[in-house]
Design a protein around this ligand. Structure first.
Ligand SMILES: NC(=O)c1ccc[n+]([C@@H]2O[C@H](COP(=O)([O-])OP(=O)(O)OC[C@H]3O[C@@H](n4cnc5c(N)ncnc54)[C@H](O)[C@@H]3O)[C@@H](O)[C@H]2O)c1
Ligand SMILES: O=C(O)CCC(=O)CC(=O)O
Length: 352
């Protein structure tokens, strides 16, 4: 065995009903006196209940999907004007993404309190959207110093969104098997992520307010994000970033829909990854395992349900082709990529 693996350093505090206590302790440990809280929508009420014991100088709610550059610049300006020394973000990946955009240019530390399964809190990856093009990058300045997981904060996530977000996490695991920096450590994390996510998501669907399933999914989504941060973006992520940025498709649902098509595309050329995934799903093959899970979860099926049209496909192919990751197990051509996207558009049987 020969590989190079980097482990990112952050403090992870996991519990149920413990977020306020953990937040006060982390803010004190980091010595912060001027906290900016970012939280939008229902997460704003959640955040308001967590901050009694910390010094908040700015409560910021202007969050949008895929971090439009204008929103990032406004938030950076507000943080500078309020002279904040720490960012606390409470919410899904869009909220964490805005905190990261501020940290990217200011080096401010972040405490992330996630309420979805996107996993951005555990990566050093940032994303910004400018004129319908999503740019992503890697910078340790955006890695949150601390992550506070509290299962109670996820109980309100509707089942359909929980499934889509959980499959976004599952996509981190699957893509980590063949991404540019895949190695035995991130593959082991990804395989354990698949096990936790597939059993946890089934429990969430059968009883959304029972913490046991939510706990497994939150744990699995952390493992998934660590694997993704370490392995890098594979073919699946490159496709989804173009679809999200250029066609404004919803992030989690896009991942959930595209994943079986990328798995069916790569699996025949990635025997080791296929076997690891099949074993983690407890299935005869990786594609069968994912297919059964998606049926059990009533997962999203077709990109046309989220706004993509047949007319968009040539442009999507044109934008994705220059971003195909080096070392993808199967050669990607404009023709086979076009076929993959057309199948995902209508929800055809993956791989046929
Ligand atoms: N940088 C990374 O490593 C990374 C990883 C994954 C995702 N992302 C980014 O994150 C974004 C997507 O994140 P997302 O899928 O979490 O979506 P999101 O943050 O946009 O949240 C989706 C919706 O869920 C709502 N919501 C969140 N938590 C809730 C809760 N507990 N109860 C009820 N409603 C809740 C939000 O208000 C929003 O309407 C994308 O921009 C994506 O690129 C980044
Ligand atoms: O922060 C981003 O926008 C880029 C990373 C990302 O979105 C990961 C994913 O596709 O789930």
């Amino acid at each position: 065995m020969q590989f190079e693996h980097e482990t990112l350093g952050q403090c992870v505090l996991f519990g149920t009903g413990t977020a306020a206590k953990h937040l006060a302790a982390e803010v004190a440990r980091l010595g912060s006196r001027r906290v900016m809280v970012i939280a939008a929508g229902s997460a704003a009420d959640v955040a308001a209940n967590l901050i009694d014991d910390i010094d908040v100088v700015l409560f910021y709610t202007d969050v949008a999907p895929h971090v439009p550059i204008e929103k990032a610049e406004a938030a950076r300006k507000a943080a500078a004007e309020a002279d904040v020394d720490l960012i606390v973000c409470v919410g899904g990946g869009s909220t964490t993404g805005l905190a990261k955009a501020i940290a990217l240019t200011s080096n401010l530390p972040i405490i992330a309190i996630p309420t979805t399964y996107a996993g951005s809190e555990a990566t050093n990856v940032w994303g910004l959207t400018e004129q319908s093009r999503k740019t992503t990058g890697v910078d340790n300045a955006v890695l949150p110093s601390s992550v506070i997981y509290d299962v109670e904060l996820t109980l309100s996530l509707p089942v359909a969104l929980s499934v889509a977000s959980g499959l976004n996490a599952l996509a981190h695991c699957v893509d980590s098997m063949w991404a540019p920096r895949a190695d035995p450590i991130n593959q082991a994390l990804a395989a354990e992520g698949v096990r936790a996510l597939s059993s946890g998501l089934r429990l969430v669907v059968s009883n959304p307010v029972e913490p046991a399933g939510r706990e497994k999914v939150l744990y699995g989504s952390y493992l998934a994000a660590v694997a993704f941060a370490s392995a890098g973006s594979g073919l699946h992520h490159k496709i989804c970033h173009v679809l999200g940025g250029a066609f404004d498709l919803p992030h989690a649902q896009t991942h959930a829909t595209v994943l079986p098509y990328v798995l069916a595309f790569n699996a025949p050329c990635a025997v080791d990854a296929e076997q690891r995934l099949a074993s983690a799903f407890g299935s005869v093959s990786a594609t069968d395992g994912l297919d059964t899970l998606r049926t059990d979860l009533n997962a999203p099926r077709a990109l046309r349900d989220y706004g993509l049209t047949e007319r968009d496909i040539p442009e999507a192919v044109r934008l994705i082709m220059p971003n195909i990751p080096a070392g993808n197990p199967r050669t990607v051509t404009p023709e086979n990529l076009d076929a993959l996207l057309r199948a995902a558009l209508v929800g055809a049987v993956p791989g046929q």
